[in-house]
Design a protein around this ligand. Structure first.
Ligand code: HEC
Length: 138
């Protein structure tokens, strides 16, 4: 029973953290981080998704309206995780969570979401509480 009680406490703490969710409009990454991400993007991703992230022959754009509509309401954590697990599509699983987080910071900037004062941390629990939203909430 003691174990069960501590699990309940952990659950309540986790629920408290979840209440502090943010959106990509809240300045969730820094411009230094997005520059790091840009270099990584150029060497690992641009050959398929294009220098301007507009997509290529068989690779989708990562900046257009369709992309944002598809990811609307999903978390930045899901985007980082997809990148880490499936990209580059011809040799996935080699990028660290940190590298993927930097690249996603660059991608957020390229989509017009504002930079803030600090880096997007690569902690999944935090990333899962930052939501993608094509336009700012009025
Ligand atoms: C060899 C080509 C190739 C490389 C290199 C590559 N990708 Fe992709 N990427 C693809 C293809 C093809 C898809 C579409 C996969 C699908 O629909 O199942 C895709 C899909 C994606 C998606 C999902 C797009 C959507 O519309 O939801 C993201 C995000 C993404 N790539 C990010 C990256 C990042 C970041 C890198 C660099 C680390 C990268 N990709 C490198 C080919 C590539």
């Amino acid at each position: 029973m003691r174990l069960a009680t501590s699990q309940v406490v952990l659950f309540i703490l986790a629920a408290g953290a979840a209440a502090a969710s943010r959106s990509v409009w809240d300045g969730v990454y820094s411009s230094e981080q997005s520059s790091r991400g840009q270099s990584a993007y150029n060497s690992k991703c641009a050959r398929c998704h294009g220098e301007a992230l507009l997509g290529g022959e068989s690779s989708p754009a990562l900046v257009d309206r369709d992309f944002l509509e598809k990811w609307n309401g999903k978390s930045v954590g899901a985007l980082v995780e997809l990148t880490r697990r499936t990209m580059p599509s011809d040799g996935p699983g080699k990028l660290s969570r940190r590298q993927c987080t930097d690249i996603i910071a660059y991608l957020l900037g390229a989509n017009g979401f504002p930079a803030g004062k600090s880096d997007l941390v690569s902690d999944a629990a935090v990333l899962d509480e930052i939501f993608i939203q094509p336009s700012p909430k009025k």
